[in-house]
Design a protein around this ligand. Structure first.
Ligand code: ATP
Ligand code: MG
Length: 423
């Protein structure tokens, strides 16, 4: 019986994994500079955590959640995103009592029952950040600058920052009415989903990906024209700071995002190199969410980047990401040599070198062929004669050159490249 991974769910293997690790390590380093600390939140939560935050009439909650009953009959959902668990965690542990702002990052798998396609999986990975406690646009700018530095730091080229403000609960009703009025006369031409959204959540129509709906919504009122005074001031503060810091962005009045918890600032990072799934990262403010989870009124902002899409972009750019390869291969002939080889391997590993020993007999020729195949830089060869003399042969497989060295001098020749290259 042969098994396959589930549809839309993939294994991540070497060499791809090295691209992933590089993204993660750059992200960690950048986050540290900005004071974002890691949190590890669970992969499963009470289903309510997501319904209440993401919103009952969003695509995620309506059709995409992996929800099941546990053995005690509780409704459990595998997290489709990271903000709701982070907010649940923030409130549960009273982190609002700590100095403001509290800044966190997380990384790990998310689950959405979507139609699998290029750049869209059912288990996908995000790295996300959340900053709690600051309402001023200063932190919006910081979070956006951090994201930009992260993407540049991993070597991503040609990405575009799209920016919008979707207002707050004060300006939302006015904007909703304007939208309803605009859509009313052509409602029957929209897709069935949008017709439903008209009654449940008209903002969602602006996020519909159906070609016909995109065409029909052209000329729809922009939320910017309906912002209340405070939201307008916040947004002006944000864009003027971005301008001052020379952070490029494009205003996109239709950027409403697929989750209901957003307020004010929303942004998305897109690329033209991924086909239909253009968004590599997205985020925004969610100033009401902490309160909705039972905490004190606490403004907050965050983003999440999609690991698969970023990894694909980096691979396509084929930047100088090198797959790590062993430093040393130890070829041995005979039992005694094999044991000596293992000793040398252990010694070199303790010194920090990646060493591959010979595990299973084989001729010298085939051992050296293997050393080449796994990309080892230097091969050591130990036979009976060498053992007797306390010496071993070395061969530089990358640069050419070979010679003999006393066993005690092996570490020295590894740190001194000159001796192991051709004179
Ligand atoms: P999209 O418009 O592409 O569906 P989204 O608005 O649903 O994205 P968010 O919930 O904001 O996405 O997630 C942030 C990022 O996570 C996205 O920009 C994308 O890079 C990535 N992402 C979201 N869903 C998937 C998925 N099913 N497979 C792979 N990556 C995903
Ligand atoms: Mg989506």
């Amino acid at each position: 019986m042969a098994y396959n991974a589930l549809k839309g769910i993939q294994d991540i293997l070497p060499p791809d994994i090295h691209v992933w690790q590089r993204i993660e390590s750059v992200a960690r380093e950048i986050f540290q500079r900005y004071g974002f600390q890691e949190i590890r939140v669970p992969i499963i939560e009470s289903t309510d955590v997501f319904i209440r935050s993401i919103g009952e009439t969003t695509d995620i909650v309506e059709k995409e959640m992996y929800t099941f009953q546990d053995k005690a009959g509780r409704s459990i959902t595998m997290r489709p995103e990271g903000t709701a668990p982070a907010v649940r965690c923030y409130v549960e542990h009273h982190l609002y009592n700590l100095p403001v702002p509290q800044k966190f990052f997380y990384s790990g798998p998310m689950f959405r029952y979507e139609r699998p396609q290029k750049g869209r999986f059912r288990q996908f990975y995000q790295i996300g950040v959340e900053a709690f406690g600051v309402s001023q646009p200063s932190i919006d700018v910081e979070v956006i600058a951090m994201l930009k530095n992260l993407l540049e730091g991993i070597g991503l080229k040609e990405v575009k920052f799209e920016l919008n403000s979707i207002g707050c609960e004060k300006c939302r009703p006015d904007y909703k009415n304007a939208l309803l009025k605009f859509f009313e006369s052509k409602l029957s031409d929209f897709c069935p989903d949008c017709q439903r959204r008209y009654n449940t959540n008209p903002l969602r129509i602006l996020d519909c990906k159906v070609e016909r709906c995109i065409e029909l919504r052209k000329g729809a009122p922009a939320v910017a024209e309906h912002l209340c005074g405070d939201c307008r001031e916040h947004f002006t503060g944000l864009v003027s700071r971005l301008d001052l810091m020379k952070i490029a962005y494009t205003l996109n009045p239709n950027l409403v995002r697929g989750l209901d918890y957003y307020t004010r600032t929303t942004f998305e990072v897109t690329t033209e190199h991924l086909g239909a799934q253009k968004a590599v990262a997205a985020g925004g403010r969610y100033d009401r969410l902490v309160e909705e989870f039972g905490g004190p009124s606490t403004p907050a902002i965050g983003f999440a980047i999609g690991m698969e899409r970023i990894a694909t972009l980096l691979q396509a750019q084929n930047s100088e990401l090198r797959t790590p390869q062993p430093k040393v291969f130890i070829a041995t002939l005979g039992k005694e040599a094999e044991i000596e080889g293992f000793k040398i391997a252990e010694d070199l590993r303790a010194r920090g070198f990646w060493v591959e020993p010979n595990y299973a007999g084989a001729s010298l020729k085939s051992q050296l062929r293997k050393a080449d195949r796994i990309g080892a830089e230097i091969a050591f060869i130990i036979g009976e004669n060498e053992l007797k003399a306390g010496k071993i042969q070395w061969k530089n497989l990358k640069k050419g050159g070979q010679g003999e060295v006393e066993i005690k001098d092996i570490p020295a020749i590894l740190t001194d490249d000159i001796q192991t290259s051709n004179p």
